[in-house]
Design a protein around this ligand. Structure first.
Ligand code: SF4
Length: 391
């Protein structure tokens, strides 16, 4: 691994870090999926993968210690793949590696992604007992016909069973994934999915517009897919926002809705330009102004070959641009004071063009800058005008 260099900010390295662990195991491959995941891994392969993650966590902590103070972990996120195909013992080993190397702060948010049919009440209770306090369940749709089109192996009944088991196991912070733009989906069927889900009252809902990615089953069949057109997809997005608002959800990020105080603290790190370290195949990191990623080669990762790719130190100008691009995704917008503390620059001097959009499209106060409702519809063109891609 290369040395951490790059832009750290006026106040130095942040005291906290988020840790992402990629678990690339699934029961079967969904038709739209281009994530790094494999099917059919047995217990010994998973064990070997977990061992590699644990030793990599130790290696990173040692490297970071050489360059300054070790930050503490305040969010851990097990993503995938299907993390809940790991045993409780395997989760425990990873959490122990994080705790012994970085420390996990009191009240840390610890999330595991979970797919219906991958885990039952006992397994969920074990996870809760280990300190996992947030569950993110892949529902996608409430209609079995849409789930079949997507190649999901679960039906709506399986989702309800997992959701109920999670509540019973003591999870009081549940997020659910919902997809729109599915082949054959209509505004009406989406509305039913959204209403049905909102009535269950999960604390958080993440929405995803389906995209047909190369290398997927959908891509091979792309000419025969009956996808909703662009306008319908955009209407679906609006419908979803309207229904969720009625049920007390606030849209705190372009695609994410939550009850007050239940925003994803881990994902907020991505949008507020916080430090995060990713472990496992295909995991991405951003630390001390350097971005890097692991390759998707799971076997090479297990064998301990150097799989860090795309090491990219970010210059100050680029960092400021990215900070604004990511932060403006949030309905709160960006924190002008935090910008000053990090970069030692005045946000409105650096991005003075943004003032011309003030009132109608952008709301600017002493502390915040954010898009108005009207501004969100033209956010891309405003950002491309305001951000400076020179140098
Ligand atoms: S469960 Fe998720 S990661 Fe696994 S194949 Fe389906 S979409 Fe991909």
């Amino acid at each position: 691994m290369k040395e951490f260099r790059g832009f750290v900010g006026k106040e130095g390295r942040p005291k906290n870090v988020g840790i992402y662990v990629h678990v690339p195991f699934c029961l079967s491959k969904c038709h739209y999926c281009d994530f790094c995941s494999v099917t059919g891994a047995d217990g010994s392969k998973k064990d070997a993968y977990v061992s590699r993650i644990c030793s990599e966590i130790g290696d990173f902590a040692d490297k970071i210690k050489q360059t300054g103070e070790l930050p503490q972990t305040d969010t851990v996120y097990f993503g995938g793949g299907t993390p809940t195909l790991m045993s409780a013992g395997q989760f425990a080993r990873i959490l122990e590696a994080v705790e012994s190397n970085f420390g996990i702060s009191a009240g840390a948010e610890i999330t595991a992604e979970c797919n219906p049919r991958s885990i039952g009440l006992e397994g969920l209770s074990d996870l809760r007992g280990l300190g996992v306090n947030r569950l993110s369940i892949g529902m996608q749709s409430i209609h079995d016909s849409e789930l079949r089109v997507l190649g999901r192996i679960h039906g709506s009944g399986d989702f309800l069973e997992t959701y109920g088991a999670a509540r019973k196991a003591g999870f009081d912070n549940i997020s659910v994934d919902l997809m729109y733009g599915i082949p054959n989906q209509t505004r009406e069927t989406l509305k039913k999915s959204v209403e049905g889900l909102a009535m269950l009252a999960p604390e958080h809902i993440s929405s995803y517009a389906l995209t047909v990615e190369e290398g997927t089953n959908f891509h091979r069949r792309r000419d025969s897919l009956d996808l909703p057109d662009e306008d319908t997809v955009s209407d679906m997005y609006d419908d979803m926002g309207e229904i969720l608002a009625k049920y007390g959800y606030h849209k705190y990020e372009i695609s994410n809705f939550s009850k007050k105080g239940r925003e994803s603290r881990h994902n907020l790190k991505y949008w507020t330009y916080g430090n995060y370290l990713g472990f496992g195949s295909a995991a991405h990191s951003y630390f001390d102004g350097v971005r890097f990623a692991h390759s998707r080669d799971i076997d090479a990762y297990i064998e301990g070959k150097c799989t860090i790719i795309d090491v990219e130190p970010i210059g100050k100008r680029e960092a400021m641009n990215e900070y604004v691009m990511l932060g403006m995704r949030l309905s709160e917008g960006i924190d002008i004071l935090d910008f000053k503390a990090r970069f030692g620059e005045d946000f409105l001097c650096i991005f003075d063009k943004i003032k011309q959009y003030s009132l109608d499209f952008v709301e600017i106060t002493d502390k915040k800058c954010r898009f108005t409702e009207k501004g969100t519809f033209v956010s891309n063109s405003i950002l491309s005008d305001v951000l400076d891609f020179g140098e």
